[in-house]
Ligand binder design. Structure first.
Ligand SMILES: Nc1nc2c(c(=O)[nH]1)N[C@H]1C(S)=C(S)[C@@H](COP(=O)(O)O)O[C@H]1N2
Ligand SMILES: [Mo]
Length: 353
């Protein structure tokens, strides 16, 4: 099993995306070697002995840490998802693309993230009362720079050192990265080098020109952080052909940046009727949740769909609702319902209903 390869954008080495092959996985944990990757300027070569994380700005005591020093701080581990806010944007296209589950939805994964809670480090640095934002900077050529409200930082942000029990891999931010549970992946700055406490957002390129949501009214929403409630049937899906009429397991993933998944429903008739799916035992906040439902395929055409509801009672929208109001080219945070049409040969493809 492999990810699709990183394709270098012109003039770079190893920039672009690779995708998690969701349709071939079970359970909720993404093996580290199948974690999707998104690099804006390739993977930097970092000497962990030389690399430092500096906390400065509106603090009483600026601090500097190497990975060995951070490893001696109190640590937590949490199983949570990471999703690029550009995930699933292929479904905004006016006609349905002929693509599989990984190509459309493979910029999401779930891992056991281990590291030091940022509130521990900021307490030590001594946050000044005027400090309202934290500007995180990466040590890659892109110098990825994002501003995060201090409430989120003090709530559940970590400086991650481990992923699925092992040290972060170079592609995922070794030796340390910011991890912001439930919020758009771009904020989880890899190869984390600077954390500057400020009284306002930096208005960096990645939070103005990029990662903002332009509406049809010409107004851009800035700082749209949490990922919306979403689900996708991973099997059956394109490439996983049915062998003949009979009983199959519909299986998929649901997640929400706002908390736990409360309910997932599935339809086999294009949304005319819905049945509640069973959720696997691990229903964790801001994590992938596995759902399953038994389905008897009679051998005729069928259209499979899933819709999720989270604990804030946010409901996954239809495609129509999810694209309404977007300016052309605005593609972040798409979370509409996916439909897979199964034909009489048992072959699935992406369709709009
Ligand atoms: N320094 C740095 N951090 C970064 C990026 C980057 O290019 N450089 N890409 C961001 C984006 S857009 C996403 S979706 C996630 C992807 O994390 P992953 O490659 O570990 O899956 O990292 C984010 N952090
Ligand atoms: Mo991303």
């Amino acid at each position: 099993m492999v990810r699709t390869a990183i394709q270098s954008q012109a003039g770079t080495t190893g920039s672009g995306v690779s995708r998690t092959p969701l349709q071939h996985l079970q359970g909720i944990i993404t093996p580290s070697r199948l974690q999707f990757e998104r690099h804006h300027s390739g993977i930097p070569q970092i000497d962990p002995q030389q690399h430092r994380l500096v906390i400065h700005g509106l603090v009483e005591r600026p601090l500097s840490f190497d990975a060995a020093a951070l490893d001696r701080y109190p640590q937590v581990s949490r199983i949570q998802f990471l999703e690029c806010s550009g995930n699933s944007a292929a479904l905004i296209a006016p006609t349905p693309v002929d693509a599989n589950c990984a190509t459309i939805h493979g910029l999401v994964s779930a891992s056991e993230w281990g590291g030091v809670p940022l509130n521990v480090l900021l307490d030590e640095a001594g946050l000044k009362p005027e400090g309202k934002w934290l500007v995180a900077g990466g040590a890659d050529a892109a110098v990825m720079s994002r501003s995060v409200p201090i409430e989120k930082i003090m709530d559940d942000a970590i400086v991650a050192l481990y992923q699925n029990g092992e040290r972060l891999r170079p592609a995922n931010g070794y030796p340390m990265r910011l991890f912001l549970p439930g919020w758009e992946g771009n904020l989880s700055v890899k190869w984390l080098r600077t954390l500057k406490v400020t009284d306002r957002p930096a208005m960096s390129r990645e939070e103005t020109s990029r990662y903002s949501d332009l509406g049809r009214d010409g107004i851009a929403e800035l700082f749209t952080f949490p990922m919306g409630v979403k689900s996708v049937i991973t099997s059956p899906s394109p490439g996983l052909d049915l062998a003949g009429p009979g009983v199959y397991q519909i299986s998929g993933l649901a997640w929400s940046g706002q908390g736990r998944i409360r309910r997932v429903e599935v339809s086999a008739d294009g949304g005319a009727s819905w049945a509640e799916a069973a959720l696997d035992e691990h229903v964790l906040p801001r994590c992938l949740t596995r759902f399953r439902a038994a389905w008897r395929w009679n051998g005729g055409p069928a259209t499979l769909m899933s819709r999720a509801v989270d604990e804030t009672v946010a409901i996954q929208p239809t495609r129509e609702v999810a694209i309404a109001g977007r300016a052309p080219g605005s593609f972040y945070h798409y979370n509409g319902i996916q439909a897979w049409a199964v034909n009489d040969k048992g072959v699935s493809r992406n369709v709009y209903v």
